[in-house]
Write a protein that binds this ligand. Structure first.
Ligand SMILES: O=C(O)CCC(=O)C(=O)O
Ligand SMILES: [Fe+2]
Length: 259
């Protein structure tokens, strides 16, 4: 885990030119570097996003520098995906769907790594690094170098700081789990605030289905009393939604799926 943070940190220390090599406004690029100045929703963040599963298909597109990047990030990606799949199985079992439910789609699903770098906060008042959002996939596993993640507590509708525990991973549910469970499990609204003491690295691993595979409410969880609450959608539909709403505030994907 520390190695993945080190690889990320070293990448962001590269010259602007080296990082800009990966700059693209096309959300479908296999690797994409961007900073807050161009992306209105993320407020003070540089990030590198790339796919990670199957690793042999994607690793060739990842940065070659720093030289440790592919090895360290690759190892982390494989390990964290295995944890995510085990957690997803447990959730599916808890929903009464059985742990093998849609097993093929999960096994062949996509994994997106969002590697973020936030500057140290300039002064005391809460400074936002990444604006409130939920993740599109089923489950996100987040590794962070220091405190900065906040989640909405649904009971009080207020922001709660996620405590930084040494060597702990943070797990949260994404939009497609809310859809699959027909609303029984809710997506986690979250944001990142800048840390006043140090710059911060976070690595989000987002587990979804393959690009064009549709996610619908599980028919086992739909009946007369509980009609389907969401339209079906794919990861590709999410990318289209983001592209179409790049410059406005209607970026909430889950809201766009509500029936
Ligand atoms: O930096 C964080 O703590 C959150 C990152 C995040 O939410 C994301 O990359 O989707
Ligand atoms: Fe997120």
């Amino acid at each position: 885990m520390d190695c993945a943070v080190e690889a990320a940190s070293d990448f962001f220390k590269l010259s602007s030119e080296a990082k800009e090599e990966f700059a693209s406004e096309d959300l479908r690029q296999p690797v994409r570097y961007d900073t807050s100045s161009k992306d209105s929703i993320s407020m003070s963040r540089a990030f590198l996003k790339h796919y990670a599963h199957p690793l042999s298909d994607w690793i060739q597109y990842w940065p070659e520098k720093p030289t440790i990047y592919r090895e360290y990030m690759g190892k982390y990606a494989v390990e964290v995906r295995s944890v995510a799949l085990q957690l997803i199985e447990a959730i599916l079992e808890g929903l009464g769907l059985g742990k093998e439910y849609l097993n093929e789609q999960f096994q062949e699903g996509s994994q997106l790594l969002s590697v973020n770098c936030y500057p140290k906060a300039p002064q005391d008042p809460v400074t936002i690094g990444l604006a409130p959002h939920s993740d599109y996939g089923f489950l996100t596993i987040l590794l962070t170098s220091c405190q900065g993640l906040e989640v909405v507590d649904r009971s009080s509708n207020s922001w709660k700081t996620v405590q930084q525990l040494p060597h702990a991973l943070h797990v949260h549910v994404g939009d497609h789990m809310e859809v699959l469970s027909n609303g029984q499990i809710k997506t986690a609204m979250h944001r990142a605030v800048l840390n006043p003491e140090e710059s911060r690295i976070s690595i989000a691993s987002i587990q979804g289905f393959e690009l064009h595979e549709k996610v619908a409410c599980a028919k086992e969880l739909v009946d007369k009393q509980n009609p389907a609450k969401y339209k079906e959608s794919s990861f590709s539909d999410f990318l289209d939604h983001l592209t179409a709403n790049m410059d406005n505030k209607h970026r909430n994907f889950l809201e766009s799926l509500r029936m």
